[in-house]
Ligand binder design. Structure first.
Ligand SMILES: [Zn+2]
Ligand SMILES: [Zn+2]
Length: 255
């Protein structure tokens, strides 16, 4: 009972900051890309038919509110476990060396990507899809608000890597914070509906990262491009759409 009280007491603050940060970023991306620069960016639209209407955005925003609540609960729980010494999240920079604090960011990046890929494959399993992941796939023409529009069970599954990882290895809290913002920006990019990366993005080492087109194709074609940050897992498992690079180039060549 005391534990629940301690967790719940932290939630309102975390819920408000999630709305402020996530809500603000999604709204800014929508305002600039979908409204203010709409005419200038019309050649950068990935799906030619604009199908996202007010009804879709309203429902995406409603789903996001539950995801913020869910996120506030999870982060309060992680904090509570930390106060009991159950996980290895630390705040004092001097506890480990500078190399570890920086390496933390990159390690979390790789772990989050792998966790997302395999959870995403699981969410597409026919016995689960209709109950959970279908909520996210209701958005076919994705908008920045689609980035937080999913079922609460999915919200829990996608973020739950924090439990085993924080039990096993020291995680520098500010590195986690920076990664959270990085993840948010990547998520909004994935659901932007517009390809803003330059044509040269798919050349050199940058091509190992996903573009907006990559995840956009997942929403329009369903069975492929499951990756979030990197293309590694899709490449290894043969789940990347064969025409992904071609589609990326076609968006770039549109006049
Ligand atoms: Zn999916
Ligand atoms: Zn998506």
């Amino acid at each position: 009972m005391e534990a629940m009280k301690a967790i719940l007491s932290n939630m309102p603050k975390r819920f408000v900051s999630a709305i402020m940060l996530n809500g603000l970023m999604m709204t800014l991306a929508y305002f600039f890309v979908w409204k203010l620069l709409k005419t200038r960016l019309r050649n950068k639209r990935i799906q030619l038919n604009e199908r996202a209407d007010f009804k879709q955005i309203k429902s995406e925003f409603k789903n996001a509110i539950f995801i913020f609540q869910n996120g506030a609960f999870l982060s309060s729980l992680v904090l509570y476990l930390n106060s009991l010494g159950y996980n290895k999240i630390y705040n004092n920079f001097a506890d480990y060396n500078v190399f570890w604090a920086i390496a933390n960011f990159f390690i979390i990046w790789v772990i989050d990507d792998a966790w997302f890929y395999w959870m995403h494959r699981l969410l597409h399993h026919k016995s689960i899809y209709g109950y959970v992941h279908v909520v996210h796939h209701r958005s076919i023409d994705v908008t920045p608000f689609s980035s937080m529009s999913f079922h609460v069970v999915e919200g829990f599954l996608l973020s739950s890597w924090i439990f085993p990882v924080s039990f096993m290895m020291p995680l520098y809290a500010p590195a986690l914070g920076v990664f959270k913002i990085w993840g948010l920006l990547n998520n909004i990019k994935a659901h932007l509906g517009y390809e803003l990366y330059p044509a040269s993005f798919n050349e050199g080492w940058l091509r190992f990262l996903t573009s907006s087109t990559h995840h956009n194709m997942h929403h329009s074609k369903f069975k492929g491009n499951y990756g979030l940050h990197f293309r590694f897992w899709d490449k290894i498992c043969g789940t990347e759409f064969r025409d992904y690079e071609l589609t990326f180039d076609q968006v770039q060549e549109r006049k």
